[in-house]
Design a protein around this ligand. Structure first.
Ligand SMILES: Nc1ncnc2c1ncn2[C@@H]1O[C@H](COP(=O)(O)OP(=O)(O)OP(=O)(O)O)[C@@H](O)[C@H]1O
Ligand SMILES: [Mg+2]
Length: 324
């Protein structure tokens, strides 16, 4: 069976004052129809750049894009901006990292949603208004009629996030990228939003990519997880397999930094010691080696390729955890 969405050896570099910044360094990822994928990694690991590029965005003169991104066999990277716009919303959609930047702060929620539907789908005004209420009910926004007359800042964070999700699924896309959809939310609301997205995925049959720095967020509601570090996928596995049998030391470090409910309020979770790699500097060995407790000389001088461990599990490490 061919995959609905195929990212192959995707590389994204920005031309910056400091030199070429390699944000994404050869990511390969395939997503089947209806599949749910988690992308996890620290700040700066390239999650947003990878997903925006996959959605056909990031097309400026300062951006170098290499590799391939195919939706149902059709290449997106070489499409014109106009061709991409045709797909946007209808086949591919994205919930952006910051809902406040994606919503117009000086317009009421209902009218701005309706206007987008009129523009995107050529609906009549009345039909669009009705559809807005339907969508808001679908994302379980309480009392939609009362919310549509409010301005974005009058909604809670969880409500705003639901509005964003409602907009993204308005045209029932085949694949939805959700960039940190729950970061700003408290734990209970976070769980509700994830529950909702899982529910919508099943109801609409769409594939979903959830991007987060918190491995705990994607422990449920995903079929597989890709762990990103320094612009690369360093480990990928079906979700259960990853938690039962993680091989990469970075995945282990991420696991230890999952926020836990039983931690005392105010108690800081253990951060991963050291700093992420400089995306401008030339890279020789393993990206994680400088922070890795298990690193040897080889790790500092040779770059590990992805090792296929079978059953959809692969990792980029010379000395994986659990090796005999
Ligand atoms: N438009 C841009 N121009 C130059 N550099 C950029 C641009 N966008 C992102 N970067 C750089 O690319 C790297 C990857 O950034 P990205 O936003 O993808 O990280 P992220 O994993 O999404 O982090 P976060 O968890 O903070 O959202 C970073 O070093 C960032 O500074
Ligand atoms: Mg990001």
């Amino acid at each position: 069976m061919s995959n609905m969405f195929e990212i192959e050896n995707l590389r994204i570099a920005f031309n910056t004052k400091r030199g070429e910044l390699n944000a994404v360094r050869g990511v390969t990822l395939s997503i089947a129809k209806g599949e749910s994928v988690g992308i996890v990694g620290e700040s700066g690991s390239g999650k947003t750049v990878m997903s925006r590029a996959s959605m056909g965005l990031l097309r400026g003169r300062r951006v170098k894009r290499e590799g391939s991104v195919k939706l149902n066999g059709i290449e997106l990277l070489t499409m014109t901006a106009k061709e991409i716009r045709e797909l946007w919303g209808k086949q591919i959609a994205m919930v952006f990292q910051d809902p406040m930047t994606a919503l117009n702060p000086v317009r009421r929620v209902g009218p701005q949603m309706a206007e987008a539907l009129v523009k995107r789908m050529g609906m009549s005004k009345d039909a669009a208004n009705a559809r807005v209420l339907e969508l808001l009910a679908l994302v379980r926004l309480p009392e939609p009629e009362k919310q549509v007359v409010k301005y974005p800042h009058q909604l809670s964070g969880g409500m705003r996030q639901r509005v964003m999700i409602a907009m993204a699924i308005a045209c029932e896309p085949e694949i939805l990228f959700a960039d940190e959809p729950t970061t700003a939310l408290d734990v209970t609301v976070q769980a509700q939003v994830l529950e909702l997205m899982g529910d919508l995925r099943q109801r609409l049959g769409m594939a979903m990519v959830i991007i987060t720095h918190d491995l705990g967020v994607v422990a449920t509601h995903t079929d597989k997880i890709a762990v990103m570090y320094g612009g690369e996928v360093v480990e990928i596995a079906p979700t259960k397999e990853l938690f039962a049998n993680m091989r990469h030391p970075y995945t282990e470090a991420l696991m230890k930094s999952i926020p836990r409910l039983d931690r005392a309020p105010g108690e800081r979770m253990p951060a991963i010691a050291g700093t992420p790699p400089d995306p401008v500097a030339e890279r020789v060995g393993c990206a994680f080696a400088p922070r890795c407790a298990y690193a040897t000389d080889k790790c500092h001088t040779e770059h590990p390729e992805l090792t296929d461990a079978g059953n959809g599990h692969a990792y980029r490490c010379f000395f994986p955890l659990g090796a005999k």
